[in-house]
Design a protein around this ligand. Structure first.
Ligand SMILES: [Zn+2]
Length: 140
């Protein structure tokens, strides 16, 4: 309650006297192996998903789901090839040069565009530092 009112008072002073509000957002950089596909992702993964479906088990990827808005490509979108199978709901994006699959694109149940980031493609990210949740994609 007290915190709330002091925030309101600060807001009322206006931008001239008020402090600049910095929103700290973690940015992770990732890429395929050769660098033809590179990107930045906003946010901080708190858990990874390991899926046992036919493609994830072959890739061995650990996935982190973010809103598609939080994924910013640093290389032209056309640099990544697209693989689709089954119901074609997920666009598996991969590098045609080195063969690495850094991310996929799809939508959540409400239709919001989402991206599945392969955590193993992030720079300087320790996958062992976050819990891995098993997902039974094979049964879907
Ligand atoms: Zn590559």
């Amino acid at each position: 309650m007290l915190v709330q009112s002091s925030q309101d008072r600060q807001k009322g002073r206006g931008p001239a006297q008020g402090r600049t509000v910095h929103t700290f957002q973690m940015i992770h950089r990732g890429s395929c192996h050769c660098g033809r596909v590179a990107f930045e992702v906003q946010g901080e993964p708190t858990q990874a998903m390991a899926c046992n479906c036919s493609i994830c088990s072959r890739k061995g990827s650990l996935l982190w789901f973010v809103r598609r808005d939080n994924l910013r490509l640093l290389t032209p979108e056309a640099n990544a090839s697209t693989y689709m199978f089954n119901k074609h709901v997920i666009r598996h994006r991969f590098c045609p040069t080195c063969g690495i699959h850094p991310y996929g694109e799809g939508a959540d149940p409400s239709g919001k565009p989402m991206a599945a980031i392969n955590l193993r493609c992030l720079e300087n990210f320790d996958c062992k530092a976050i819990p891995v949740k098993e997902f039974d994609g094979r049964s879907l």
